[in-house]
Design a protein around this ligand. Structure first.
Ligand code: FAD
Length: 116
């Protein structure tokens, strides 16, 4: 890992980016308006174009072509994003994450209370 005050490598960039994306899903409305749904889709479209890791961005854009963003509720968007992250996990040979747990990981904290 590179020191925190050095330019981000692909791993550090990825961890920070997933934190941002999943945190956006955690605060996404339970019942979003049409505008809010369209905003999150525009954001991810631009994110996919601008993501500063060329191969990552290309694969992520392809994924969004195949698996259209679902954002008609917080849970639907949280699960869609979890699926997108799992696609990268599979590609990198990492363990898949159980998407039933996305809200505990990113919104409420774990039931054992360890997140405070
Ligand atoms: P990360 O994968 O960064 O995950 C951070 C934390 O999120 C985990 O510790 C876990 O608690 C939680 N988590 C894990 N999976 C899920 C899930 N499915 N849903 C919810 N929470 C979850 N790296 C490459 O080398 N090649 C690529 O092509 C590539 N593409 C990427 C595309 C995007 C859009 C992003 C944001 C990142 C990409 N990365 C890519 C980076 C890669 O996904 C990881 O971020 C990086 O390898 C660091 O991995 P990590 O093991 O620290 O955990």
């Amino acid at each position: 890992a590179v020191p925190a005050d050095c330019p981000a490598d692909v791993e550090a960039l990825g961890r920070s980016s997933w934190t941002l994306l999943h945190s956006i899903s955690a605060t996404y409305p339970v019942a979003p308006t049409t505008q809010e749904q369209s905003d999150v889709k525009s954001f991810l479209g631009l994110f996919g174009k601008l993501y500063p890791c060329w191969v990552c961005a290309e694969d992520f854009q392809e994924y969004m072509e195949r698996e259209k963003i679902k954002a008609s509720s917080r849970d639907e968007f949280g699960r869609w994003l979890c699926g997108a992250h799992n696609e990268v996990n599979r590609k990198l040979g990492k363990k898949e994450f159980d998407c039933n747990l996305w809200e505990e990981r990113w919104r409420t904290g774990w039931k054992d209370g360890r997140c405070g």
